[in-house]
Design a binder for this molecule. Structure first.
Ligand code: ADP
Ligand code: MG
Length: 549
């Protein structure tokens, strides 16, 4: 760049000289300009050679600035030394050096100018070198005081320029560097921010102070099953989190508090209702001015379901434990009573009516004992006896049993869609049969005015599914939620244990029971049992055999 600028300047000068030479009639004494142009072109070639051999920017600059100083000294000499108006040209080199090489370069260049200019003036003053002949400047009288004043002012100017320019350019350089560092920090911070916001599993929405969405992160879009365009620019009231007056009250609360936490169970996402937990916090600018709000939210549906299941399991275990304890407490005194009565009965002192009463006591105690035993069998987790059995046949048999039970009337209709007719799984056959019995009986009991029960099965790669659909009275939402809790019954003569026990059995088999119910329309209970890989193969082979049977 420096080389190019120099060539342009000197070429312009040369052109100007040539034009002047040819337009002005009288011959001007400016031949020295050609010498200087030639020297500069020569030096330029030299600079290019140096630049090709030496990579160092500092050395290249130093060589060029030294060359410039020499050219400037030549110009000053040809234009009359102390009388020359061109001594300011040294300043150009000093400024260049100060800007590119900073203080040290500036001071070196100023010193070079001082030596060259001072030396030239001294040598001319003492006539060691002669005045150039072609000088077109009218020579003035050179007194020693003029020499000193001239030199002193020039030298002071050179050094002052060097110091000032280098100070400014160093400062500028430092500012640039700081700016660069800050820019890098900012970029890093922005990247971090972006990463955090995009990779957190929670949904994040930012809102303006008016409640208009300005941003939503990918997790947020996923939770709400939406995309940014459908949300950004819309008011938060359109997003189901808040009812309109609700949002106002949240804003009011946030004027004094740091966070508002809420949970909402009926946010419809796609086709289903999800439970979302969310927190709203005020968003401030760096200066602490309120600029809007952030809304962070999470889908709690699965967690809540799991929590409810756990709680239910816990409660069932506790109830089981407690009932078993009480049952034992009854059984022991009962055994004592029965034993004593047995002994009394043998006594001869009893009249026949008394004997009969004794027999009643014994018979009733035995009945009570048997009921308690049954109850214990239901409530207390039984040992699971796993065998391979035909679950489809089991289901058919249970339905046969039901068809022949007195509970089933002529206006009850049972539809079977059991295919394949034979399917082998491993599990506790008795317990599974118990589940089928409980579910089928409930369905019939739920249809006091008659109706249809449809039992269907479905086998996928890893699950065997049995569905009991009735057209009975159905259940309200609250009843559905408490369906598996023990001792809750709405059936006359019910105990409220059937579903609880079924739940436990299916759970122990690694399966799942799902309820879908519509009050007044009917209920569908689905039991899903896992088929393990090995059994699936055995099962499907046997089911082919079974189907052909
Ligand atoms: P129980 O049959 O002794 O009442 P369960 O645990 O089997 O106890 O059932 C609990 C309650 O759940 C029933 O009392 C009834 O209110 C309800 N229920 C169960 N199955 C159905 C069904 N298919 N349709 C309507 N309500 C049902
Ligand atoms: Mg029941």
């Amino acid at each position: 760049m420096l080389i190019a600028v120099r060539v342009v300047v000197i070429t312009t000068l040369l052109m100007a000289a040539l034009i002047i030479q040819y337009t002005v009639k009288e011959i001007l004494p400016i031949n020295y300009l050609y010498t200087i142009a030639a020297v500069t072109y020569g030096l330029t070639l030299f600079y290019i050679v140096v630049a090709n051999f030496i990579r160092s920017r500092k050395i290249n600059l130093a060589v060029q600035i030294a060359g410039d100083l020499i050219v400037e000294t030549l110009l000053v000499y040809f234009t009359g030394g102390l009388d020359s108006p061109f001594s300011f040209l040294y300043l150009v080199s000093i400024i260049t050096a100060s800007m590119l090489l900073f203080r040290r370069g500036g001071l070196f260049t100023a010193s070079g100018a001082v030596m060259l200019y001072g030396g030239l003036a001294d040598l001319m003053y003492y006539r060691v070198i002669a005045m150039p002949e072609s000088s077109w400047i009218v020579p003035t009288l050179w007194t020693s005081s003029r020499l000193y004043i001239n030199m002193a002012t020039n030298f002071a100017g050179y050094y002052a320029t060097a110091l000032l320019t280098s100070y400014l350019s160093e400062k500028l350089q430092k500012t640039f560097e700081e700016l660069d560092v800050n820019r890098q920090h900012l970029a890093a911070l922005r990247a971090l921010n972006q990463n955090v916001v995009e990779s957190i599993p929670s949904g994040l929405i930012t809102l303006s102070r008016e409640g208009v969405v300005s941003f939503i992160n990918p997790a947020g879009c996923q939770i709400l099953r939406t995309d940014p365009h459908a949300v950004i620019g819309h008011h938060i009231n359109e997003l189901q989190f808040f009812a309109p007056p609700d949002w106002e009250s949240v804003c009011d609360t946030l004027a004094t508090e740091q966070v508002v936490r809420r949970e909402k169970d009926d946010i419809s996402v796609g086709e289903e209702n999800r439970s979302l937990g969310y927190a709203v916090t005020p968003l401030n600018t760096l200066e602490g001015v309120a600029s809007g709000y952030t809304l962070i939210f999470q889908d709690l549906t699965d967690m809540k379901k799991m929590e409810a299941e756990l709680r239910l399991k816990d409660r069932m275990a506790a109830v089981g434990e407690l009932s078993a304890g009480i049952a034992h407490e009854i059984r022991n005194p009962l055994a004592a009573i029965a034993g004593s009565v047995q002994v009394l009965k043998k006594s001869n002192a009893l009249s026949p009516p008394e004997q009969r009463l004794m027999t009643i006591i014994l018979k009733e105690s035995e009945r009570l004992n048997k009921s308690i035993a049954d109850f214990l069998r239901f409530v207390k987790p039984q040992e699971k006896r796993t065998t391979e059995f035909d679950i489809a046949a089991s289901l058919s048999e249970t339905l046969d049993l039901l068809a022949n039970s007195p509970e089933l009337r002529s206006d009850h209709h049972i539809e079977r869609r059991i295919s394949p007719a034979s399917f082998i799984v491993s599990g506790d056959a008795d317990q599974i049969r118990q589940v089928f019995w409980n579910l089928a009986r409930n369905a019939v009991q739920a249809m006091p005015n008659g109706g249809a029960l449809r039992v269907s099965t479905e086998a996928t790669a890893d699950t065997y599914r049995i569905r009991f659909s009735d057209s009975g009275r159905g259940m309200a939402e609250a009843d559905q939620r408490r369906l598996f809790q023990p001792f809750r019954t709405n059936f006359p003569s019910g105990t409220g244990l059937g579903m609880a026990i079924s739940y436990r059995i299916v759970q122990e088999h690694g399966g799942q029971i799902d309820v879908a119910s519509w009050p007044g329309m009917g209920t569908t209970i689905t039991v899903s049992l896992p088929i393990h890989a090995a059994q699936a193969v055995v099962g499907s082979q046997l089911s082919v055999v079974g189907a052909g049977r």
